[in-house]
Structures are given as structure tokens and as C-alpha cells.
Write a protein that binds this ligand. Structure first.
Ligand SMILES: C[S@@+](CC[C@H](N)C(=O)[O-])C[C@H]1O[C@@H](n2cnc3c(N)ncnc32)[C@H](O)[C@@H]1O
Length: 299
């Protein structure tokens, strides 16, 4: 693993994501979305696969709306997971091309196996990405947490995040938008404490959560923030749905990954739920419009 500085490497990412696609399929919804769903207006038992999938699709549509992907447009998804967003963009929004970046080989193989026209996936860190032509829209859902490691001071984290926003600016067409979803610290807990180190060691190696001010400081030169939604309840409901589904599939899950890994996931999902309930962390959905010219801001 990569110590604690620049953020998660492919090895760090694979520790969490490559435990097996079959395992994740047991408790995620059929889109294999691995991020908070959007539950506004959605009734019913959240652990029911149809209800969870409905809330996950609502989340995907929200981001495509916020990023203003036009029909026939080109989309970049930074941290595409198992391809839920790029698939929906091509199937439902008639994107001509939707490219997803991931550091997980298991996720890449899954996206390729979908064989959907227009859907592309690359095993690539965003730091190395060179687009063939500019994108009309960019979305990044819960990958931001892996961009800077827990060993970085806040100013260094902001510099790393600023590099990400500068890259997105350079990849987008003039007037283009970016829709970002990330978990963030919202109280006293931080990456240097026991909760932060538990996550950075046992759950998501070399990852650390941002704070809202770090994100807004980092994006300011290149993007104008047009909306910020703080929606911890969306994560609490998603985590409860995942926990209930994983518990209901205990035997199959243990067969797939063993009793220890099953228990590790049960504990991490419950710990996350407690952190959201206590207000230690929250979920942000942020909409940003590309500035025509970067601002020359004092550091
Ligand atoms: C929590 S998953 C979210 C996946 C997907 N966006 C979703 O909502 O289902 C995080 C994703 O970010 C990717 N990721 C993390 N760091 C990355 C980086 N530096 N460059 C590209 N992808 C990255 C991981 O490989 C993984 O696909």
C-alpha cells in the first residue's frame, strides 16, 4: 500500500473493490451502485432490491441533470465503479460516448462485460487521463475520498484537490459542468484520529475525507459552485439497506469471501451509519460550472 500521502493507488483500491464482483452483487442493487442513493420521494422498504435500485437511479439522473449532459454528448465519470452512471448515460440519455475511469480491475472487467454501445472504461488514475476530445459533462461520485491520503496536511490536500479541479477544467467544453458527490467530515473527527485511521487502514486504504471548505477553496479558481446539498439521511438509508441485504445473504456472502471479510463489511457499514447519525460525517452533492478563464487567486 501507498503509505498515506498522495491518495489511494490501484493496490489500495483493489484491497476494497476486488474482493469479488459476486460478493457486491449480493447486497448492492442491480446497477451495482456503490454510493449513497437519492431517496427523496421514494417510499417503501429500502432493502427491497427494486426500491433500492429506484433510489440509485434517481441519484444517477440527478448527477446527469446537474452536469447538464446534452443528448448526443460526451461524458466522463471519474471513479465509475461497476459502470452504473456510464450505462444510464448511454441507454437513457443518448450520450454518444460515456467514459469511466477506475483503478479496480474487477470493475473494469465488469463494465467491459456489459458491451453497451458508447460505454467505455479505462483502468486509469485521473492524474494520467488524456481525453481524445473535450467532454460535455463530468461527474464524480464518491471517488474524491480516495484522492488525498490521511498523511497530508490540510493545505497539501487542498493542493491535490485543486489539481483535480484544474484537470476537469481542462477536459470540459466551455460552459460545461461538473457534478460531484463526496462524503466529508462535518465535526471534530478527522483523518488523524482512531476513526479516521480505522477507515484508512482496514476499510479504504490511503483514503481520507475532505472538509467542505477544502473542496470550495480547491475548486474556486476553476469552477463556480452553483449548488451544495448536504444529505446525510440519504446515506443512512442507503447504509441500512445495504446492511439488511448483506445480513439476509450471510451464508452466500460467507461462501463468497469467508466469514472474516463478511464480518469486516458488516462492521464497516454499521460504523459508517453511526458516524452519519452522530453528524461526524455528511454527504455532499455539489454542482459546479466551469469558469471561462481560471481566476488568479492568492494561495
Ligand atoms: C466508492 S466507488 C464509487 C463508484 C461509483 N461512482 C458508484 O457510485 O457506484 C469509488 C470509485 O473511485 C475509483 N477511484 C478512486 N480513486 C481514483 C483515481 N485516482 N482515479 C480514478 N478512479 C479512482 C475507484 O476505482 C472506484 O471505482
Amino acid at each position: 500500500m501507498n503509505g498515506t500521502t498522495t491518495g489511494a493507488t490501484a493496490t489500495d483500491i483493489e484491497f476494497h473493490y476486488d474482493v469479488g464482483n459476486d460478493f457486491y452483487a449480493l447486497w448492492l442493487d442491480d446497477t451495482l451502485s456503490y454510493s449513497a442513493a437519492l431517496w427523496e420521494g421514494i417510499e417503501g422498504d429500502g432493502s427491497h432490491p427494486d426500491v433500492l435500485a429506484q433510489a440509485q437511479r434517481a441519484k444517477l439522473r440527478h448527477h446527469l441533470d446537474q452536469a447538464a449532459l446534452p443528448p448526443g454528448g460526451r461524458l466522463l465519470d471519474v471513479g465509475c465503479g461497476w459502470g452504473a452512471l456510464v450505462s444510464l448515460a448511454c441507454e437513457e440519455r443518448r450520450a454518444v460516448e460515456a467514459t469511466g475511469l477506475t483503478l479496480s480491475r474487477a470493475q473494469l472487467a465488469h463494465v467491459h462485460s456489459l458491451r453497451l454501445p458508447g460505454v467505455r472504461a479505462r483502468l486509469e488514475d485521473w492524474r494520467s487521463h488524456v481525453p481524445e476530445s473535450p467532454y460535455d459533462a463530468i461527474v464524480s461520485i464518491e471517488a474524491f475520498e480516495a484522492f488525498a491520503g490521511p498523511g497530508l496536511a490540510p493545505a497539501e490536500r487542498v493542493r491535490t484537490y485543486a489539481e483535480f479541479f484544474a484537470a476537469c477544467h481542462s477536459w470540459l467544453v466551455p460552459g460545461g459542468s461538473l457534478s460531484l458527490q463526496t462524503i466529508a467530515f462535518d465535526a471534530g473527527v478527522d483523518a488523524s484520529g482512531p476513526v479516521g485511521s480505522y477507515f484508512a487502514t482496514d476499510v479504504f486504504p490511503a483514503s481520507a475525507l475532505p472538509r467542505l471548505t477544502e473542496i470550495t477553496t480547491a475548486c474556486d479558481a476553476h469552477f463556480s459552485v452553483t449548488a451544495v446539498r448536504s444529505e446525510p439521511r440519504d446515506y443512512i438509508r442507503t447504509l441500512r439497506a445495504w446492511s439488511a441485504r448483506l445480513r439476509a445473504q450471510r451464508d452466500q456472502a460467507q461462501q463468497a469471501v469467508g466469514a472474516d471479510t463478511y464480518q469486516r463489511y458488516r462492521l464497516y457499514l454499521k460504523t459508517c451509519e453511526v458516524l452519519f447519525l452522530r453528524g461526524e460525517v455528511t454527504l455532499y452533492r455539489m454542482s459546479m460550472r466551469r469558469r471561462s478563464r481560471p481566476l488568479d487567486l492568492p494561495c
